[in-house]
Write a protein that binds this ligand. Sequence first.
Ligand code: SF4
Length: 361
Amino acid sequence: MRWQGQELGVPDAGALPGLEHLSGLVQSVTTPDFAGMTFHEVLAKTALNHVPGASAMPFDWTVNPYRGCSHACVYCFARGTHEYLELDSGRDFDSQIVVKVNVAEVLRRELARGSWKQDPVMLGTNTDPYQRAEGRYRLMPGIVSALTDTGTPFSILTKGTLLRRDLPMLAEAAASVRVSIATSIAVFDDELQKIIEPGTPSAQARFDTVRAATDAGFRVTVFLMPLLPHLTDSVASIDDALRRIKASGAVRVVFGALHLRPGAKQWFMRWLADEHPELVSSYLGLYPGVSSVAPKGYRTWLAKRVRPLLRAHRLDGHDEDDQTRSSMPGLASRDQTAATVITTSRGRASTSTASAPAMLF
Ligand code: SF4
């Protein structure tokens, strides 16, 4: 999907060879601290992305400081967006990261317009704002300041433990605007996590981050997504996941089955053939042809498996197919087809919604 502000301009005749479609390119950087990665620093023309009305996304505004993601989740459905840059959706997505170095300044200008209505803004819907590049570029503090100073409520979804660096600032922001924090943790077997989400912090490191956010006063939601057929969907696996989620201090869970969007699907199926060839035919049955969503029957079966366990662990939660909408102003304005996915707030109850952010799959 091409959202406003993420569209690529006409080919730039002055760009580096192979990057003619990356408008605003300032320089491409490699550094020993990030071996194997290249950061393409660009000057963005816009920071706020308006989600088209026809989109399934139930929120109106997003900010994405990075394109591509070093967390390198094999199943990530944002992979296909890298092809707009004439980079591939596989290894290039993991290692060729576009960095909008001026995103905070541009955002502040946009939020200062008289027409800005302080609608909630989602961070982390396309790629992870706390991926490794954030350690070098520190774009999030400027974004958080711009949002807070203009009275704009915002939500963050991440797998990154770098969030902890900004917790004091986020707690301060939450004194004046609604701030929601959610984290995605879905693979609890360390060996599996290392091969399917090779650039992510371990599940335990993410739980430590949830604990830190909880201690800072946030009511954190964990996205138990994507649950992987035959790999992470056993009762024992889900039970263990919910036990650890509860112990981390998180208050809420959103769960859902794997999506395999174009761009991610071929990458994931190649990975599956290498790592779990015995499951290939089963996955082809669940995700035949161009189908990117697990069959309704599987999703219903999964929900019936998870819900009693949620109750047993005394966790609030629902699956992504739930039609429940909550009342976070601005985010509640979209159609009822989307699932409620985040409810984290410091100091007072609030709910924001989204469906299928790339981060989750
Ligand atoms: S699923 Fe999220 S964390 Fe993983 S690669 Fe995609 S954007 Fe990054």
